[in-house]
Design a protein around this ligand. Structure first.
Ligand code: HEM
Length: 410
């Protein structure tokens, strides 16, 4: 028997979304119950009271993200917004890669793919190593304790993405503040809008500069290719730069800090990685799985009726394909709440999404994580937490999960 939104209970009786993690290494407790009892279920978005579908099983999340009958277009009615965006503001929004559908998405993504191939990212590795070493030198020189977030986790990916895009790093304090505001579920629409506008004005000037004086950077190369391909206008390039800048540092920064915390809490596995760094790439997949930091970043809206797990999702209904829920699906990852750097199925995680929008920066993120964790474990083998674990503040209120500060010493 199939069920549709029409037969679902009244919105007011529905579970509220987002649901919070009670343990940083796991999923919100409600996800496991939903996966068990109602893997494709209705919920109400806290931000605007609108209904959405929640998808919590690994196979269903993959199915939704791979289905051409779902759209990423956040302007479509029914799209499950997690911020309150007033109608007039939404009308002004320019779609970015993440929210485009084919063929526009295909054309823009094709222009960007060469920047993120495994070979290109390998070429960036020596510079990433240099950046990491400089920051660890500064940490060691300070004598500790330090906040690992401000000393290492945030500046490394921020510098890497700045150099790739051709954004002056001197301006990082500004754009990191705007970017953090854009990830915060709890800001007012005005505050959210102001952060987007400020960052766009900044990038607008930068793109104009590169239109006139191109450099050796991603934005300049994109503009150059675009002269013949004609897939984007000036505003599209500004919007693309915003997505890259925000997506390129906030996510990786959170993963660096959470990953270090997880290893400090699992000293046996940390010791194994110190003894044999070749285990690191696989361990990183497991860390990505356990945290799945961009859980609800994979929002969609059905453009035709689709059936998922025996449930009919009607055209026009919003869907959150929850990758943290998928990555804790016990039918794929036995004992999912346990960190196991040898877990053989770790690579099946969906932390980078799946399908046409799968993270374009995944290769880059993996190399950044490998260089940071590897160098930290080698150069500061006695690293330890310098705060009570219970006092750490986690980003329960943000689109991308993380930890605000991570005091460490050695
Ligand atoms: C650990 C770090 C990261 C995580 C967990 C992550 C996660 C994700 C996820 C889940 C998606 C899919 C969204 C969807 O399906 O709607 C995505 C897309 C994307 N990510 Fe990442 N990301 C990370 C690092 C990066 C980096 C370093 C960049 C640098 C440029 C980046 C740029 C993007 C872009 C541009 C997209 C949109 C791709 C498209 O729509 O075709 N991400 N990311």
């Amino acid at each position: 028997m199939t069920q549709s939104a029409d037969t679902a209970p009244e919105t007011s009786a529905l579970p509220q979304f987002p649901m919070r993690r009670t343990c940083p290494f796991s999923e919100p407790a409600e996800y496991a119950e939903l996966r068990e009892n109602e893997p494709v279920s209705r919920a109400q978005l806290k931000v605007n009271g609108k209904p959405t579908w929640l998808v919590t099983k690994h196979e269903h999340v993959r199915q939704v993200l791979g289905d051409a009958r779902v759209s990423s277009n956040l302007k479509l009615p029914g799209y499950p917004h997690q911020f309150h965006i007033p109608e007039e503001m939404l009308a002004q929004v320019r779609l970015m890669l993440l929210s485009m559908d084919p063929p526009d998405h295909t054309a823009q993504r094709r222009m960007l793919i060469p920047e993120f191939t495994a070979r290109r990212v390998r070429e960036m590795r020596p510079r990433i190593q240099e950046i990491v070493d400089e920051h660890i030198d500064a940490m060691l020189a300070s004598g500790g304790p330090v906040d690992l977030v401000t000393a290492l986790a945030l500046p490394v990916p921020s510098l890497v993405i700045c150099e790739l895009l051709g954004v002056p790093y001197e301006d990082h304090a500004q754009f990191e503040e705007w970017s953090a505001a854009m990830m915060n579920h709890e800001l007012s629409p005005e505050e959210y809008g102001a952060a987007v506008q400020a960052l766009d004005m900044y990038l607008d000037k930068l793109v104009t500069l590169k239109e006139n004086e191109p450099g050796d950077d991603l934005i300049s190369r994109f503009l150059e290719k675009n002269r013949t391909e004609q897939v984007a206008d000036h505003v599209d390039v500004v919007t693309m730069a915003r997505l890259m800048l925000v997506g390129g540092h906030e996510t990786t920064a959170n993963m660096i800090a959470l990953g270090v915390l997880a290893l400090l809490e699992h000293p046996d596995q940390l010791a194994e990685l110190q003894a044999d760094p070749s285990l690191l790439p696989h361990a990183i997949e497991e860390l990505l799985r356990v945290f799945s930091i961009s859980d609800s970043g994979t929002a969609r809206v059905a453009v035709e009726d689709i059936e998922v797990g025996g449930v009919t999702i009607r055209a026009g209904e919003g869907i959150l394909a929850l990758n943290n829920a998928a990555d804790h699906d016990e039918s794929v990852f036995p004992d999912p709440g346990t960190l196991d750097i040898h877990r053989k199925e770790a690579r099946s995680h969906l932390a980078f999404g799946y399908g046409i929008h799968q993270c374009i920066g995944a290769n880059l993120a993996r190399v950044e994580l490998e260089v940071v964790y590897g160098t930290l474990l080698r150069r500061i083998p006695g690293l330890r937490l310098a705060a009570e674990r219970d006092r750490l503040r986690f980003k329960d209120d943000a689109m991308v999960y993380g930890v605000y500060e991570l005091p460490v010493t050695w």
